[in-house]
Write a protein of this length. Sequence first.
Length: 357
Amino acid sequence: MSRQTGSNGEHVVTMREVAKAAGVSIKTVSNVVNDYEFVSQATRDKVNKAIDELGYTVNVSARNLRTGQTGIIGLAIPDLQMPYFAQLSSLVIEEAKKLGLRVIVEPTLYSREGEIDALHGSQQTMIDGLIYSPLELDQDDVDQLKVDYPLVLIGERIFTDLVDHIATENVEGAKRATSYLLQTGCRRVAVVGVHPGEKVGSAALRYRGYREALEEAGVEFDERLVVSSGMWHRSDGVKAMNSLFDSGVIPDGVVALNDMLASGVMHAIQMHDYRIPEDISVIGFDNSDDSQYLSPALTSIDPGLEAVARLSVKVLKERIDGREPNGEHPGRKVFRKVSSSLVMRQSTKLPQESLVV
């Protein structure tokens, strides 16, 4: 049998070669590549190992001709410059590649018009489905999600049973962050990044978690420690913290509603000659890649972005292929809330064992 070669003359690994290396049938390799159910984990691991070792890639063009699909999915996010969304994009691309899919990333640039266009624009003819993270649309815009292609919603701006939804633990994560500061002995805990009047969304949910932690610990709520910020960039964190200092209120701990805010908060604290964490502890949210390289390294809430990306791509792919992703409740849309975790670093003190929060 002649060896298959690409346009540049290099050998192209075939599914038959993967099957031989893994000791399975070609059909089994196909089932693994297409993420079909009823393949044991041991077999799946053997096939994936052979794929990695041989450098096999899915022949997307041939598959698309058979299925009538483009093999491309969309990812609509507010901004690629925000570490959270940059990291999410990278993870979605990585997960999609495992399934032989390519990703078109569309930044909506914090624009309502951009978010609506991402749902209904002409570019939808190029994709098989969309992973969608809105910031400007809200609960009143549920009807915008009525589209005729597979759609997976991520984030916490809209809750509906119209579409599949992968969410994160915003309330629980912020509650965990605030409780941890209280366990370390903090009693004047500020929260930075609140959006006044917001009912649904990351800011509102994280603020709720902050309030719940104070209440459960029996710590009196002080409105002077609540600092709003329309955007969540580093410069916004600096401005927010400076405004708190200018008001004469000096906290002993700060919950920043994302890591970029936390970075700016830390800068302002140090510019005012306070020490972190000896004078003021700081905790962020998102566990961005940069958080470990701040000085001191930032304690942060990890929202489980890897799981968000994996589940979003998996559910979308199953919808595209006409399969039912919600095995427990066929016919219903998927709703999954990914667990968060606390990543402890040097911007916070160690908990005091004598304190029960």
